[in-house]
Design a protein around this ligand. Structure first.
Ligand code: ADP
Length: 502
């Protein structure tokens, strides 16, 4: 027999009952078998009780008839008399007792007032005295019957009542009878055998039903696996749908979310690669044009050579800048494990950065001021923090006007420190504000290129801020200037282990 693939793959798991289908199967089987066995037992014992009760009633009724005959024939008064008529009537009654005794496989004893056995169909106890609880209770008017299942007989007592001349009824004797349950047990056995056969067929049916049912019930989970496999193998990129159960819907929703995120990531990666190639090709194209035009002219004057070479060198610088920024960005994308967190004096760091940038500002005649509201010691990565400050201040200088100003303010509360970089520059149009952190996004495209912008500076800055679990925001007015605000926790919050692994 060929086993399904998933059974082969998960054979061990199925044995360990880790298979949902195996559990359903077993559960249905257990419930089915238990119910059918219990039902058979309940039906059989009810039947047995009813059969015993019926047998008791039948025998009691017949003995009551005989009891009447005993009284009408004056059996007790005449049982010693030997007159032929008495003997004949006694024999008639004895024959009746004998018949009942034979018919039901039992023994009938007729007991007189003094508890003496007058007649025993077994002929063993005649003349003996029987003082048993049942007999005494019967003399007191109680009809007693009880079933001794262990020894296989039903015992009962029947009072023999006679009505006196005053119309009062008195108990003059008792019939103590025990009948065999053999025929009942035989019948029960026969029925039990038929029931067991039926039960076996039912269990077979339950086995088949449980296998089919568990298959049907677990099919949606198989469907999910198939759909996910299709996505994995690349045959489908669509969101999957298995609405059979609320549970499958939840699993599928979670998967679709993941798929959506992965697709978005894929799209952004493709866009990034396209942008990178485009950005890298622009300086190359300029280089090619410059080189071609030099080669096209046979006698190029030395000054023209120099001029073209200077242009080529600046294009190479630009290419270099893009590659350096890209590498910085890629580094930033790595996990925070690469962070080198130390407690640092942020005031010193800001002053040092500004000192380095002032010569550039001076070239554009831009005044850079620094204001520190309080000393700030924070747990940060020095290299990345310098990158954040440099990028923001550099932009504020780059996108400024002649004789403009740049103001850097450092402040802190008990949880965060804030670095605010304001400028009197060209500002950013409102529609561009949400995009300035995107890779290769330039608000003022021609101007940005002209002044050597790569469009990656703010993307790098934002990544560095996020690595510190901080936030960055910008407000700007076109023609008036912009303010970038960075907020970073004073104490570094390490990411949770699971998030890091992800
Ligand atoms: P770039 O290398 O082009 O400067 P950035 O990522 O640093 O790239 O900045 C993205 C764009 O945001 C810039 O091209 C520029 O148009 C705009 N920008 C950034 N900072 C400022 C600022 N301080 N004032 C005006 N525009 C700015």
């Amino acid at each position: 027999m060929k086993l399904p693939d998933y059974v082969k793959e998960n054979f061990k798991q199925i044995l360990l009952l880790r298979s949902f289908r195996a559990r359903i199967c077993l559960l249905v089987l257990a419930v089915g078998i238990l119910t059918s066995v219990m039902m058979r037992h309940a039906i059989m014992s009810t039947y047995q009780r009813r059969a015993v009760q019926q047998r008791t009633e039948t025998v009691q009724n017949q003995l009551l008839i005989v009891a009447k005959h005993l009284i009408s024939n004056n059996y007790f008064a005449t049982y010693r008399m030997q007159e032929p008529s008495m003997v004949a009537s006694r024999q008639g009654i004895n024959a009746e007792l004998e018949t009942i005794s034979n018919l039901y496989g039992g023994r009938v004893m007729v007991i007189g007032k003094n508890c003496k056995v007058i007649r025993d169909t077994y002929g063993i106890s005649e003349g003996k005295t029987i003082i048993s609880e049942e007999v005494i209770q019967c003399f007191q008017g109680q009809n007693i019957s009880h079933y001794d299942e262990e020894h296989g007989y039903i015992e009962m007592t029947i009072p023999i009542a006679s009505t006196g001349t005053d119309g009062k009824s008195s108990i003059v004797g008792v019939m103590l009878t025990s009948v065999s349950d053999e025929t009942i047990i035989e019948m029960i056995d026969r029925m039990n055998r038929a029931a067991i056969t039926l039960e076996f067929l039912m269990i077979m049916g339950i086995v088949v039903a449980s296998v089919l049912l568990s298959g049907v019930l677990t099919r949606p989970f198989g469907k999910i696996s198939t759909e996910i496999r299709k996505v994995k193998e690349g045959t489908s990129e669509r969101a999957i749908s298995v609405p059979d159960y609320i549970e499958t819907e939840h699993i599928v929703d979670a998967f679709n979310d993941l798929l959506g995120r992965m697709n978005a990531l894929n799209d952004s990666r493709q866009e990034f690669v396209a942008n990178v190639s485009h950005e890298l090709r622009t300086p190359m194209a300029s280089l090619k044009v410059l080189a071609d035009s030099l080669l096209a002219q046979p006698d190029v004057p030395a000054e023209l050579y120099r001029e073209f070479m200077t242009d080529m060198a600046s294009e190479i610088d630009r290419e270099n800048r893009i590659i350096t920024d890209l590498l910085a960005l890629v580094k930033m994308d790595k996990t925070s494990q690469d962070l080198n967190i130390v407690a640092l004096n942020v005031n010193d760091l800001a002053e040092l950065t500004l000192k380095r940038l002032r010569p550039i500002a001076r070239k554009k005649d831009v005044e850079v001021t620094y204001e520190s509201m309080r000393p700030v010691i924070a747990e940060v990565d020095e290299v990345k923090m310098t990158l954040i400050m440099t990028n923001l201040v550099e932009n504020a200088i780059k996108y400024n006007r002649e004789h403009g100003w740049v103001k850097v303010v450092l402040d802190a509360d008990h949880q965060y420190f804030t670095l605010q970089v304001s400028d009197s520059g060209i500002g950013i149009p409102e529609e561009d504000l949400p995009h300035v952190y995107e890779r290769f996004y330039r608000a003022d495209k021609s101007h940005s290129r002209e002044i050597g912008g790569t469009g990656l500076g703010l993307a790098i800055t934002k990544s560095a801020v996020l690595l510190h679990r901080g936030s960055i925001s910008v407000t700007s007015k076109l023609g008036e200037g912009s303010t970038f605000t960075v907020k970073i926790p004073l104490n570094y919050i390490a990411p949770a282990k699971t998030a890091e692994r992800r």
